[in-house]
Ligand binder design. Structure first.
Ligand code: GDP
Ligand code: IMO
Ligand code: MG
Length: 436
């Protein structure tokens, strides 16, 4: 990693197809953090935190929010659904959190996501038939398209009425054409969108922080502890994931710098979050997917249903070929191994250590279009365990088979495993090494 005299920024990144447990890890780490930053994605993310049995699902507010010591930042790279954000803020306040508006800072450069982005996303998916990506329907693609085509409304625009109106009218001309003529949907009424946006803007005004990149830079310069919270996962990355079955942002660790607006020399650690098995929501290739009773069992024990859409997640064994790809493309320096408790009771546990592709055994993840679809997983089989490990508080009390499983992964990946998670709760976290 790049060395500097600065206190390191730490990136927490999904090493699979999302839903690895990033929210839980960030919540646990946030007890010691000064800043927690969301820098890409939007309300397609669903990050679950469980404290004393109480569940909180966050879509846009960073997962540090349960800790009043942690300032939460939403950076320029996020597509900000202001309706969902304002509902999320209200719910948090009803729960007695986020009392001080200074605990949430929103960048003026973030892209605003509005109802018509969601409508376009859903209309496209409905008409797509077999080519369906299986998006969350949250308007992520259309919002990033606006950003790339330089038509986006930025968070800072919400506070300049005439600019906002002008941008909205010009954007809606195009959007309504698509909605009406191509997708045969009802057009959106510009005047009512404008009115509702102005109302929400008023509610969000206390959180406006023009330049969050400067705040984060200064924090790092002052040796403050800064966590960058990734959304989605490596294999959903727009450039390096299973294209076109990906999300519309860069989910790799490099995106933390770009989406926040800081340099890579401020990052010292990248923690990759992985489940002890694999899940995926939506369409696209998934070599170790189990469409049988075992997959069903992982789904029901792991409660593998989407935190954003409620859709059942596809389940399969751990894929070390894909994980090794995540290590490389993110520069992962250590791993957190989540949901290992879900594997209790399996007689045998399989781990994919290579693929067969067109009659050849490969150990490197193939990136050429169509290749991953043709791979067949090659497994090693490890012994399972039958004890309930969700109550274990010390690594040394884990059954030998669990320790063997963890060691096997660490060795194959040549990467330290710093955290083992044995349940959704904060306290169900076993530390091998402190984060900060
Ligand atoms: P994220 O999107 O990466 O934050 O992950 P999600 O919140 O979408 O999905 C992870 C799910 O697994 C949530 O329901 C968590 O409460 C739960 N979870 C996290 N860690 C563990 C664990 O170690 N064991 C079990 N059983 N559940 C966990
Ligand atoms: P977190 O942060 C899992 C998936 C969708 C779909 C594809 C594109 O909770 O891990 P999109 O709505 O982004 O255009 O959908 O990406 N997807 C996720 N899968 N976890 C997520 O977020 C996801 N965000 C998007 O299911 O396959
Ligand atoms: Mg999730």
């Amino acid at each position: 990693m790049v060395h500097s005299t600065l206190m390191p920024g730490i990136i927490v990144i999904g090493a699979q197809w999302g839903d690895e447990g990033k929210g839980k890890v960030v919540d646990v780490f946030s007890a010691q953090a000064d800043y927690v930053i969301r820098y890409q994605g939007g309300a397609n993310a669903g990050h679950t935190l469980v404290v004393d049995g109480k569940k909180t699902v966050l879509h846009l507010v960073p997962s540090g929010v349960l800790h009043p010591n942690a300032v939460c930042v939403i950076g320029a790279g996020v597509v900000l659904d202001i309706e969902i954000l304002s509902q999320e803020i209200e719910a948090l306040q009803e729960a007695g959190l986020l009392k001080d508006p200074k605990q949430l800072l929103i960048s003026d450069s973030a892209t605003v996501l509005l109802t018509y982005h969601r409508e376009l996303d859903q209309a496209r998916e409905q008409g797509a038939g077999l080519e369906k990506i299986g998006t969350t329907g949250k308007g992520i693609g259309p919002a990033y398209e606006d950003r790339a085509s330089r038509k986006a409304i930025l968070f800072g625009d919400l506070f300049q009425s005439s600019t906002l109106k002008q941008k909205l009218m010009s954007s809606l001309k195009e959007k309504n054409f698509l909605l009406e003529k191509l997708y045969k949907r009802k057009p959106v009424d510009p005047e009512s969108v404008f009115k509702s946006v102005e109302k929400i803007a008023e509610k969000l005004a206390p959180y406006r922080c023009r330049d969050t990149s400067l705040i984060v830079y200064k924090a790092l310069k002052q040796n403050r502890k800064v966590l960058f919270e990734g959304a989605q996962g490596t294999l959903l990355d727009l450039l390096h994931g299973t294209y076109p079955y990906v999300t519309s942002s860069s989910t790799l660790s490099g995106s933390a710098c770009i989406g926040t607006g800081i340099g890579p020399n401020m990052i010292d650690k990248v923690m990759g979050i992985t489940k002890a098995y694999t899940t995926r929501v939506g369409s696209g290739p998934f070599p170790t997917e189990l469409s049988d009773e075992t997959g069903e069992r992982l789904r029901s024990i792991g409660q593998e249903f989407g935190a954003t859409t409620g859709r059942p997640r596809r389940c399969g064994w751990l894929d070390l070929v894909a994980l090794k790809y995540a290590l490389r493309t993110n520069g992962i320096t250590s791993l957190a191994l989540m949901k290992i408790d879900v594997l209790s009771g399996f007689k045998e546990i399989k781990v994919c250590t290579a693929y067969e592709l067109d009659g050849q055994v490969i150990k490197d993840y193939p990136v050429s279009p169509g290749d991953l679809e043709r791979t067949k997983p090659i497994y090693e089989t490890l012994a399972g365990w039958s004890t309930d490990i969700s109550v274990v508080k010390n690594i040394k009390d884990l059954p030998k088979q669990v320790q063997d499983y963890v060691q096997f992964i660490g060795k194959e990946m040549a990467t330290p495993i710093d955290v083992i998670s044995v349940g959704p709760g904060r306290e169900q976290t076993l530390w091998l090494k402190p984060l900060f």
